[in-house]
Design a protein around this ligand. Structure first.
Ligand SMILES: [Zn+2]
Length: 293
């Protein structure tokens, strides 16, 4: 037997499929509203009664994605906390193999740290865009936006982040969230693997997938998505023409302090940028950092 063994090993090595490509860098953006088990507004901000539970649930979904990424051939995983003040994930709760970007201010918000060196992107815990009937926690950026359009296309946070990913040529391979959020990201990124962790019954009630099953599905989708990820050429659609419709008249009025921002109706502004990173940075300021009070 001892003599036969080397031959058998060589044979198996030749016969087995090629190992997953190694050396992939994976970027994971983690929001909170679309996390498995998160189901109420008392879970989404620090100080609320159930916030402590929610951030633990957030880490569990993130960890499932991290495990899957490494299973799929990642050697470097960067996690970006992408919800609210962006300091929800506790580093001690996170898979120790992953690096974590925590807290704001970040000019690129939910996509801080992304560049063309990455091979795949995973969106974890995403939610539907503003004014979506039935989408749990549906909003875009903050509560003040009624609609955001980039080059004539209405997008939510997933679509906006996917546009930045496309600028760098890095494929979005997995999105997790409620069924409405997943369907919306698929409209922007048809090839993405969607993991529905809860079904929205209306804007408040939902049917939650069993947690262990949801996390298994996230891990498996991440593994497959990373293993099969193929970087393409950057997809650039300059100029980026952006329209923001607000829910009030004060924000757009304040926004016109920027010379290049045009008020097109009492609740709507418009601007244009040559690059998606520039457009992204300004969109973020326009929904998050105007405070007429
Ligand atoms: Zn969000």
């Amino acid at each position: 037997m001892r003599r036969v063994l080397p031959f058998v090993v060589v044979f198996l090595a030749l016969a087995s499929p090629a190992p997953a490509q190694t050396g992939k860098r994976v970027y994971i953006s983690v929001d909170l509203e679309g996390i498995s088990g998160v189901n109420g507004e008392d879970q989404t901000s620090p100080g609320q009664a159930e916030y402590g539970r929610a951030r633990k649930l957030m880490a569990e979904d993130a960890n499932a994605a991290i495990r899957g990424a490494f299973d799929g051939g990642a050697t470097d995983v960067l996690v970006n906390d992408s919800h609210g003040g962006q300091r929800n994930l506790l580093p001690e709760d996170l898979d120790p193999r992953a690096r974590l970007i925590s807290h704001s201010f970040k000019r690129h918000g939910m996509m801080e740290g992304l560049d063309e060196s990455f091979d795949a992107i995973i969106f974890v815990g995403y939610h539907a865009k503003a004014d979506t009937p039935r989408g749990l926690f549906a909003h875009t950026g903050s509560g003040v936006v009624r609609d955001l359009q980039i080059n004539g296309r209405s997008v939510g946070e997933g679509g906006m982040n996917a546009a930045l990913a496309a600028w760098y040529g890095v494929p979005v391979v997995v999105v997790t969230g409620d069924d409405v959020a997943v369907a919306q990201v698929k409209e922007d990124v048809p090839a993405v693997r969607g993991v529905v962790v809860k079904r929205a019954i209306n804007t408040r009630a939902s049917e939650l997938k069993p947690l262990q099953q949801a996390r298994r599905e996230i891990q498996e989708a991440a593994r497959e998505g990373v293993a099969t990820a193929r970087k393409g050429a950057p997809q650039r659609q300059a100029p980026y023409r952006v329209t923001v419709q607000y829910r009030n008249f004060n924000f757009p009025e304040v926004a016109t302090a920027f010379r290049e921002i045009e008020l097109v109706s009492p609740d709507t502004i418009r601007f244009s940028r040559d690059t998606m990173p520039e457009a992204y940075r300004l969109i973020r300021v326009l929904y998050r950092f105007i405070n007429p009070d």
